[in-house]
Design a protein around this ligand. Structure first.
Ligand SMILES: [Zn+2]
Length: 334
């Protein structure tokens, strides 16, 4: 048993819902499971959201559907995870509590800190209801369009993703995220779009409504564009980073302020991404040590440029997230 308890909510009162999403979240107070009975009580689906406290689109969508007295097709469990990080001032800006581990990197092994215990409690809760499908809803920290991520590209995984988005990323990267766990059913991560983008809120609510309304869960809702095995471009710990419109000589790397505009855009060979002070790629490494940074990127006239036609995504302009997580993900253009 894990040593952490989730709140359980099965009565949805106007007092609990409050006047807005933030009031609703403060009324929850901590990590919570909401149980919503469906028309068919023999099956269950799960939604996980707010594993990252600064990614509110899934929470806003849930709040709105609860306010509408939405009735799902099958029994539904909604797990709202990083409530405390999210409520920490300034609200909806902390991916995790300051100084604590990233909760969505704590699903791979047993450690005794609170984040791992919370991850374990979430897993036990999911396993107990033997769901037919799970979605984990996130936002990207940078602005950009929606996409889905999975460690399996089966027809079932793709069908679940298709309720939300037409972009499907099949990844071999293992970070300790919830989608890497075996729950006996497909689990897909949904990146609804940037946390500041209103379009992401629309994607989340339309997607959740479709995912919870479908009788046959594995009937594909739209055709998907597949991206296989992206890599992460990571920054070395000691290298300093800034975002701006020109070289900042006080730091090692200045990435373009408008770099988020490349999310899923057409990034042809020789596209400049920023400036490198000492003309050296050693500031970067990839998550996969058998592959080399200089196969994909090079330095031309002091600028970091792409060496191939690439798809870039998960680009952020938040230095803290770029340094603690990664600068961006990329794959060769199919
Ligand atoms: Zn996230």
């Amino acid at each position: 048993m894990s040593g952490i308890k989730l709140n359980h909510v099965s009565e949805i009162s106007p007092q609990l819902l409050g006047a807005n999403t933030l009031q609703f979240l403060s009324n929850l107070g901590g990590p919570t499971v909401i149980h919503i009975p469906g028309k068919d009580k023999s099956r269950c689906r799960v939604i996980v959201t707010l594993l990252h406290g600064n990614e509110p689109s899934g929470l806003k969508a849930i709040h709105s559907l609860l306010c509408d007295n939405f009735v799902p097709q099958v029994n539904t469990k909604i797990i709202i995870a990083s409530v405390v990080a999210s409520l920490t001032e300034p609200v909806f800006t902390h991916r995790m509590l300051p100084g604590k581990r990233d909760l969505n990197r704590c699903f791979n092994h047993d450690e005794k800190d609170l984040q791992h215990m919370l991850a374990n409690a979430i897993c036990e809760e999911i396993k107990a209801c033997q769901p037919e499908g799970i979605v984990d809803i996130h936002n990207t920290s940078g602005s950009g369009p929606s996409f889905s991520v999975s460690i399996d590209s089966s027809r079932q995984h793709q069908a679940i993703a298709s309720y939300f988005t037409h972009r499907f990323i099949f990844t071999d990267i293992r970070l300790g995220s919830i989608m890497e766990k075996d729950f006996g059913c497909p689990i897909v991560t949904i990146e609804a779009g940037g946390s500041q983008d209103t379009e992401a809120d629309v994607t989340a609510i339309n997607g959740i409504r479709a995912y919870l309304s479908a009788d046959m869960l594995f009937a594909q809702a739209q055709e998907l564009a597949l991206i296989t095995h992206p890599r992460r471009l990571e920054l070395c710990k000691e290298s300093s980073l800034h975002y701006g419109d020109h070289l900042n000589p006080a730091v090692d790397i200045t990435l373009r302020q408008d770099i988020e505009g490349f999310n899923f855009g057409n990034v042809v060979q020789n596209t400049p991404l920023g400036w490198i002070k000492d003309n050296d790629l050693h500031h970067f490494h990839l998550d996969e040590p058998t592959q080399r940074v200089d196969d994909f990127f090079s330095i031309v006239d002091g600028m970091l440029v792409t060496k191939k036609h690439l798809v870039l995504f998960m680009i952020t302009t938040r230095v803290d997230i770029a340094k603690s997580d990664c600068l961006l993900y990329f794959a060769e253009k199919p």
